[in-house]
Structures are given as C-alpha cells and as structure tokens.
Design a binder for this molecule. Structure first.
Ligand SMILES: *Cc1c(COP(=O)(O)O)cnc(C)c1O
Length: 469
C-alpha cells in the first residue's frame, strides 16, 4: 500500500462508511461477541512481511465489525450518544490525511485560528457573554482536570506546581453527590485527595446541590482550618440529568471567592436552544464551563469545548515554555497547548466548522428539540402502563423508569434482568443506574439520525420483553 493506491482504497472506505451509516439500524445495537472472541481471532505475533490491503480490509469486516457496539445506531438509547454526523466525519477524514500537530500557532496557524473562531461560534450559540474564551480539550475529563489544577494553583497562590502539596493545608473542593466519576479522578490526579472532595447532598426534582448545605459545609471547613478552593457544578448529570441550582451555588461561590467549574458535558449542547437555558440561570458568572459537542451536537467523537472567563488563570497553571516551544517575534498569537494538560493537540476545530455550516444552528436546534419531544412522548406512553413506574422525570431527553409488576420482591434483580434481556434482544440499547440506591433503567435519545419511529419503538420492545420475564 502506498499513496498512489490511496484513492482506490479511500473510495472503498467512503462507500463502506456511507453504507454502514445507512444500514446500521438493521443490526443489533450492542455487540454480541463473548470476551476473548476478537483477541483470539487476531494473530499472536505481528507479520514479518507486508500484506495486501485486500486482506487487511477483509479482516476488518470479518474480525472487527462483529465486535463493535453501534454507537451510530438510531436506537442507541444507552449512556449518552457519541455522534458522528456525516459532514464532521468528512472533516475528520481530511484532518487524518493532513495529520497536523497543533500545539503552537506556528505548527499550523489555520488550526489555531479556526479553533479560536469556532469556539467563539459555540460561545455565541450558547449565548455566553463575550468575555468567555474557549479551547478544545480532548475530553471533558481533561477540561475538569485543568479546572481542578487551576483551583489548586489559585488557592495556593501559584505555588503548588513548584512546591508540591506536601505540608499544605487541606484544600477543599465541593460538588454534589451526582457528579461524574471524572471529577473524582481529577481530584486524585491533582493531588487534592478524595477526602477533600466534599459531596453536598441534593434535593428536588432536578437532584441539584442544596445551596444551604453547601454554605454550611464551607463554613465548617473554614472553622476546622481547611482551605476551600473551588466548586464543581453539575448541569445534566450522567445518571439522571441532575442539575444544580446554578445561580444559588454561584452566589455561595462569590461569597467565598471560590473558583467555579460547570460540568455540562452532555446537556451543554442543548443550550443552543434558548428554551433550555433556564436550566443554568446565571451561568455567565461561572469561571469555567465544559461541554462535549461530540455527545449531542453531532460533532464526530472526540471534541470537548472548554470555556474560560479568564484564560490567564489556566495558562498560569499549565503553561511551560522551554526554548524549543517559544514562538519568537509573534505577538498576540495563542499557543493552545498552554491551555491543556497534553502538549500534542489534534486539529478538532475543522469538524465543528463543517458541521455548523452544513446544518446551520437552526438545523441543529431542530434535531435536539425533536429528541427531547420524542423522548417525552415515550415517557408519557410508558407512564400509562400500570406495571411500569417512572423514577426520575425527563431532564431534556433523559429520564428513568423501572418495571414493577405486582408480587415481585426483588425489583432490582428483575430490572437488571430486564435491561440485560433488552440488550441481548438487540433492537434497542439501554443502560441502568442507581437512584438513591435503587436500580433503575435510563432512557435518553440523542443519536443524530434517530427518528420518532425509532424512539417510539422502544415502548414496544420494553413492554414486550418485560412481560416475558
Ligand atoms: C460523558 C460525561 C463526562 C465525561 O466526558 P469525557 O469527555 O468522556 O471525559 C463527564 N461529565 C458528564 C456529566 C458526562 O456526561
């Protein structure tokens, strides 16, 4: 294989990809392989001599594809979606051909300047004030780690990187009990320590942090000689869409001068629609916000948008400038590697540009609104079934339920059995979570090509399979 054969194989791959996306709905959503199937189908040693593309491609179809869970399936209702809309896949194809390493402005000025412009397009799309500046991170986990490091450095008067944390007072960071595990890991990696992550109880239908309990926790920590450093807010949590009362939590943060980071990894995409912005009142007062355009907006995975009110705090935390990374004589340029933990950076802005231009914001809003409307329709229909119970109400397109027929004692077991049976069946794909200790089944709609019929088909599959248990 060499570049003169590329166009032949590139066309084949493009045909394959088009066909895959147009027919993926006919396949079972979750992979049916057993552990070890793929591993055992792969030779235990690498080949000494090159093989033809024909054979490599045939094995891709034969060995790899059966072991793929179809995230681009229109009836993927598990976890959150991880999208790949057609124009953004094209952009990614181009990016993979150019393969630029975009750590500095000079290592590809177009990538840096495209990133600056696209992050500003996204900022406007979410109606965040102009003061916010953005950077593309490789994941929401990385954005949250960068924010926690910033909280740490600010609280330690920029001495943490230099002196380490040994012998420092305990820094305290606050979040609700509903946050994603990426918060715990950011706390571990930043050296803050799990015991210094204070989980504030939640209340109400939105399962949001109780601001009175937050205030009390901060006061108690100060009295005990600890040092509050920051608050991580949750807008659209992974389990049930838990959402903190943003304005009230930010009031507490302001009172204590604490840095704030908002994890809206999934729900942030929905904020391109004005009617959902009541879920984060006062968001313009936050210091740092992350959302994943790959989750619901349609950008090809991966792409994480990180907004900062004052990027200098982040740059003071992460920038390191050995001589070989200096860009002498160029003023006013941005080197985005100073804004992120990894040095190397892919050119991710191109796929945002392709996507937004191909559909326009109005086209993207329409898709999101449909997902929410159809998901609510399904919720209303399942609610009418006497042997089903809605456990958490729709937050955007996410809600949870359980099967509760009369006379069954262990409902957790029954519902686990149900979700497994549904996923073995393969027409739809769902995942479970726990709400106050109870096992529940989640439903969310967000796949780019899903239709009303796809969403409503879940009603038939869920009720039919439940009643055979
Ligand atoms: C998906 C998700 C994350 C993690 O995102 P990554 O980009 O995979 O790191 C964090 N928080 C929430 C609320 C999520 O839904």
């Amino acid at each position: 294989m060499n570049w003169s054969d590329f166009s032949h194989w590139g066309r084949k791959v493009a045909d394959w990809a088009q066909d895959y996306h147009l027919t993926v709905g006919e396949k079972p959503v979750r992979a049916r392989t057993e552990p070890g199937d793929v591993l055992n189908a792969l030779p235990t040693t690498p080949p000494e001599t090159g093989e033809g593309m024909e054979a490599i491609f045939a094995d891709f179809e034969e060995i790899v594809m059966p072991g793929i869970t179809h995230w681009q399936h229109p009836r993927f209702f598990a976890y959150f979606t991880s999208n790949a809309a057609a124009p953004s896949v094209l952009a990614e194809f181009l990016t993979s051909a150019i393969a630029p390493q975009c750590m500095l402005w000079q290592t590809s000025p177009a990538a840096t300047e495209m990133e600056t412009r696209m992050m500003d397009w996204l900022r406007q799309s979410l109606d965040l004030p102009e003061v916010f500046r953005g950077v593309i991170q490789d994941s929401a986990s990385s954005a949250t780690l960068a924010a926690v490091l910033t909280m740490r450095e600010k609280a330690l008067n920029w001495q943490g990187n230099e002196q380490g944390l040994f012998g420092q007072t305990n820094l305290r960071i606050y979040c609700s009990s509903e946050v994603h595990t990426s918060i715990d890991r950011a706390i571990w990696v930043a050296g803050v320590g799990q015991k210094n992550l204070i989980r504030v109880p939640v209340k109400g239908d939105w399962r949001g942090m109780d601001p009175t309990a937050l205030e009390a926790a901060i006061q108690a920590d100060i009295a005990a000689g600890h040092q509050p450093a920051g608050i991580i807010l949750c807008v659209g949590g992974t389990g049930t869409g838990a959402t903190d009362p943003v304005d009230q939590v930010l009031d507490v943060a302001e009172r204590h001068g604490l840095y704030t980071h908002v994890d809206a990894a999934w729900a942030g995409s929905a904020m391109i629609c004005p009617e959902y912005r009541h879920y984060w009142p006062g968001i313009e007062r936050a210091d740092s916000i992350v959302f994943n355009p790959h989750k619901w907006l349609g950008v090809q995975f991966d792409c994480s948008a990180h907004f900062l009110k004052d990027p200098d705090d982040l740059v003071n935390t992460l920038a390191i400038s050995p001589e070989y990374l200096k860009t002498h004589g160029k003023d006013g340029i941005i080197n985005y590697s100073e804004w992120s933990v990894p040095l190397g950076r892919r050119f991710r802005a191109l796929k945002i540009w392709f996507l937004i231009r191909a559909y326009g914001l109005e086209g993207l809003r329409q898709r999101l609104r449909n997902h929410v409307a159809w998901s609510n329709q399904l919720h209303d229909k399942l609610k009418l079934e006497p042997d089903f119970e809605i456990v958490t109400p729709p937050m955007w397109s996410l809600w949870s339920f359980r099967y509760r027929p009369d006379g069954v004692e262990n409902l957790d077991d029954l519902n686990l059995q149900l979700v497994n049976a549904i996923n073995d069946d393969g027409r739809i794909y769902l995942t479970q979570t726990r709400v106050d200790g109870t096992l529940v089944i989640r439903f969310q709609a967000g796949q780019f090509e899903t239709t009303e019929a796809d969403v409503m088909r879940a009603h038939q599959v869920i009720t039919e399979i439940a009643r055979t248990l």
